[in-house]
Design a protein around this ligand. Structure first.
Ligand code: PNS
Length: 156
């Protein structure tokens, strides 16, 4: 069984992330969506709420598991015998960032392969940071969230 580890801040998880998981499920038997910590980013939702939101999205999808972790992504994968990391790219800015992260992980954890997929084009402009920005000014983000998810239920 091929299992991919899909790490991210997911603050919050968006329709773009959801589209990527859908793509990933064409290739992998199972995807572990993993809420991690990006030391450069300011938080909107506490980790537990980010995880709960994603669990609610995949409540009826047995091929998707949701976890949260602290520390290095590669260490978590190694400890759990996971050797495929899935990441998405929207544009060339993402490309440079992802390539660097992939190369560092390759040096530190040679047994781990990173698989990079392009975000489907209709979601390229959607990002967690845009959602945080809209929310900070009191705007509506409903159309950028997975169907049935009301961000207000997770803002605590
Ligand atoms: O959604 P993001 O912010 O792009 O997710 C980034 C994340 C959390 C996957 C990345 O920052 C990460 O892996 N953090 C844990 C620390 C780590 O392993 N850094 C990579 C070494 S180059």
């Amino acid at each position: 069984m091929r299992t991919a580890f899909f790490p991210g801040s997911f603050d919050p998880f968006t329709i773009g992330h959801q589209a990527l998981v859908e793509e990933g499920l064409r290739i992998f038997d199972k995807i572990i969506v993993a809420v991690g910590e990006n030391s450069d980013k300011h938080g909107l939702l506490p980790m537990e709420q980010r995880k709960r939101l994603i669990e609610d999205v995949y409540r009826n999808e047995p091929r998707v598991e949701v976890v949260s972790y602290k520390g290095l992504t590669g260490d978590y994968c190694r400890e759990h015998n996971l050797n495929l990391i899935l990441r998405g790219m929207r544009n060339t800015v993402d490309f440079d960032y992802e390539r660097n992260m992939m190369q560092i992980n390759q040096r530190l954890y040679p047994e781990i392969t990173t698989v990079l997929l392009f975000t489907p084009s209709e979601y390229v402009a959607v990002s967690s940071s845009v959602i945080r920005e809209i929310l900070s000014f009191g705007g509506s983000v409903e159309q950028f969230m997975p169907k049935g998810i009301d961000i207000n239920n997770y803002l605590k």
